[in-house]
Design a protein around this ligand. Structure first.
Ligand code: NAI
Ligand code: AKG
Length: 420
């Protein structure tokens, strides 16, 4: 069984991730107790957050904060506001954060938060109430040396600013390093907003070399047109790629001759939605199997499954989103010769620059954008090469290789601490 994954196609992102972690740990010859420790977060807090709504009613929202493992250092990861948030999803996202931080060698374990809500139907005042209420509810378990939140789906620098302000009031402590992804005037880092997309672009540039392709002239489909997908479309368009398809929560647009990315960016709303403004909309499902060279999921989980993997046309799959591809789909695509740059590597740019933000806050001295982007490129280029080599040397796919690389520091830290 060593090194072999139980080939279960599961829509449950947590069990799918646990299977992969078990396979990686077995391949690393780690004892069974290591899997028992790492298969779940050390702690997950469920909170109920009452918010006074604009119509005078009180709505109670459910949220979570999961802290996977703090053997390496404080836990770190974003907070998602989305109607489909579940406890299992937040736990899986925290596991992925641990592996992501390990791949880029940050002194963090993984954390993640989520609130079941739909910010698209809430006023700014209601959103502020929810952001502040959520921080009050988790304030005992987070902090600059404990667990450091950041943005994720449907949260942004404004939400981070409200959360920072609330935390400063509760804890009578005004260190901005409690949270990252803040506005620059509140101690945010230059380059954090575009860092996830820049990171994807950096690893994509490495991957196309391995695949014997070029960015210029490649036909690209991007699912998701928010922070990650929007900046990515711009960066790849600027690099000469032809963006033939984009998608958001309301649908997708496809044009084999290329879309007008600048117009789409100009007309999208603050939730990354634009497809409904144009005729000829298709569904997200339809878009993923359209003709292209490079496919970039940059929205939500479980988009590429056993069902549609045989029909994917791309030669290169670069995962900006967390968890967009199931393991069964990974195996199908790998057999078909598709090179996959997995989420835990491809989407690490955001947390790397969040780490830079935290370091800058702690030292009180701030770097230039050039310094930040150079440091980011150095880290991600090296991480890509490490994972690619591990995959080739061991004869395994990039996802399993990424897990093995990503778990190394954490397993060593656990053993040094004498936990196992
Ligand atoms: N923001 C960050 O720093 C990082 C984000 N990520 C991941 O990137 C992905 C996108 O995150 P962001 O761009 O930050 O979020 P965002 O909120 O800025 O944009 C989300 C995009 O996904 C679309 N979307 C939402 N639900 C959808 C659905 N059911 N079907 C299709 N599209 C849908 C939205 O319309 C929007 O275009 C997520 O998986 C997130 O975890 C990963 C690393 C860092
Ligand atoms: O910037 C961070 O700390 C975390 C970003 C994040 O949530 C992710 O990489 O999925």
């Amino acid at each position: 069984m060593k090194g072999k994954l139980i080939n279960a196609e599961s829509g449950n992102v947590l069990t799918g991730t646990q299977q992969l972690i078990r396979t990686a740990l077995q391949t690393m010859n780690e004892p069974a107790a290591m899997y028992e420790l790492l298969k779940e977060p050390l702690r997950t807090l469920t909170v109920r957050v009452p918010v006074k709504m604009d119509d005078g009613s009180v709505k109670v929202f459910t949220g979570y904060r999961a802290q996977h493992n703090d053997a390496v250092g404080p836990t770190k990861g974003g907070v998602r506001f989305h109607p489909d948030v579940t406890e299992e999803e937040v736990k899986a996202l925290s596991l992925w954060m641990s592996i992501k931080c390990g791949i880029v060698n940050l002194p963090y374990g993984g954390g993640k938060g989520g609130v079941i809500c739909d910010p698209r139907t809430m006023s700014l005042r209601e959103l502020e109430g929810l952001s502040r209420g959520y921080v009050r509810a988790i304030s005992q378990i987070v902090g600059p040396t404990k667990d450091i939140p950041a943005p994720d789906v449907y949260t942004n620098s404004q939400v981070m600013a409200w959360m920072l302000d609330e935390y400063s009031r509760i804890r009578e402590f005004d260190s901005p390093s409690f949270i990252t992804g803040k506005p620059v005037v509140l101690g945010g880092s230059l380059g954090r907003e575009s860092s996830t997309a820049l990171g994807v672009t950096i690893v994509l540039q490495e991957a196309v070399k391995k695949a014997g392709m070029t960015v210029a002239g490649s036909r690209v489909i991007i699912q998701g047109f928010g922070n990650a997908g929007g900046y990515l479309a711009k960066f790849l368009h600027d690099a000469g790629a032809v963006i033939v398809g984009i998608a958001d929560a309301r649908g997708a647009l496809y044009n084999p001759d290329g879309l007008d990315i600048l117009e789409l960016l100009d007309r999208r709303d603050s939730f990354g939605t634009v497809s409904h403004l144009f005729p000829g909309r298709i569904t997200n499902r339809e878009l993923l199997v359209q003709d292209c060279d490079i496919l970039i999921p940059a929205a939500i989980e479980n988009q590429i499954t056993e069902e549609n993997a045989p029909d994917i046309k791309a030669k290169l799959l670069v995962e900006a989103a967390n968890g967009p591809t199931t393991y069964a789909a990974t195996e199908i695509l790998t057999k078909r010769g598709v090179l996959i740059v997995p989420d835990v590597l491809a989407s690490a740019g955001g947390v790397v620059v969040s780490y830079f933000e935290w370091v800058q806050n702690n030292q009180g001295y701030y770097w230039t954008l050039e310094e930040i982007n150079k440091k980011l490129a150095d880290i991600l280029t090296a991480a890509f090469e490490t994972v690619y080599r591990a995959s080739r040397l061991r004869g395994i796919n990039m996802r399993l290789a990424a897990y093995i690389v990503g778990l190394k520091r954490m397993t060593e830290a656990v053993k040094w601490r004498g936990w196992i």
